[in-house]
Design a protein around this ligand. Sequence first.
Ligand code: NI
Length: 390
Amino acid sequence: MWENIFQAIDEQYESMVHTRRYLHQHPELSFEETETAAFIQQTYDRLGIPYTKNVGGNGVIAILKGGLPGKKVALRADFDALPIQEENEVDYKSKVNGVMHACGHDGHTAALLGLAEALLPFQDELPGTLVFVHQHAEEYAPGGAKPIIETGILDDVDAVFGTHLWVDTPTGIIQTTKGPFMAGSDRFQITIKGKGGHGAIPHQTKDAIVIASQLVTSFQQIVARRINPLDTAVLTIGTFESGNGFNVIADSAKLTGTVRTFNREVQERMIEEMEKIIKGTCTGHGADYDFDYLKGYTPVINHEKEASLILQDASKADASLKTEEVAPVMAGEDFAYYLENKPGAFYFTGAQIPGHHYPHHHPKFDFDEKALPHAAKTLIQAYRSYQEQS
Ligand code: NI
């Protein structure tokens, strides 16, 4: 049966390309994807597969119950686009000014819909239950994954798998890793409230530039001296704004930056240590401060057993596929939240067009459509492997 399923997915290729190109021409921003959600619903209507709409927002969740007993496994595809003006000259170019599928989520949706259609004739022979999770708003924190999970609709699911078409990776290669795979990505802003004054009379002021400068250098000691050298963390100050004139002592200074970590304890430690330094430094100078720390998505931490299934078995879905265990990447993904709740794994499906390599979120981003069946096949192979090992 599985060989026939993989063949049926290959036969969906034209249809997947068609769907992908339609979605590519009609992109919608995060939390505004009502037409895309309607398109997904129409597809399931046509296939006669039951679904729930408006899950946690614009999410659509379809269920295909196999005829044989087994586990309930969710496969996720996101479907939002980005506020980017497309610069590709292709006949499927975005028809919406300033909005573009520049991350490949159009492809994720096309692959999952194509998979659903390919599986339908095999429903009676399938073990377990497939849950197709079409998730809105991946690109914009707080994201769509969290509200979908909070509805409780996935509570009885046994495992969750998902993939991202990845243009940094050649087509035909599947990459993932056990444990931390993608970083948690946070944002902060610090405002130092000193006391301004004449550049020649410093003792009557609280110099915000001096205070902020001390913060910049002291922060570097957090990663170097407060975080275990075997853990990974980045603290970057991206902007430093202050001052109004060469002979004026600044009364305020604003710093913004980002923190990247791969585990929650390190993330909490970073916040704690930053606050300590800010508080200590400002107190020492008699100045005041505001510290706004915005936690972004948590890190994507693959479950060891499920990630191993991807690494060991992906090529069973298509003999031309190779798997690679890779180092974690610093990009973020709200797939993280599914993995906080359920066992599962996230992986990259290589989709680089030879000679056209523009990164994700670039106005000339495009991916190799030959990777669409790879994504569909490896997702259902993950489902199969999970059924067979448990
Ligand atoms: Ni993406």
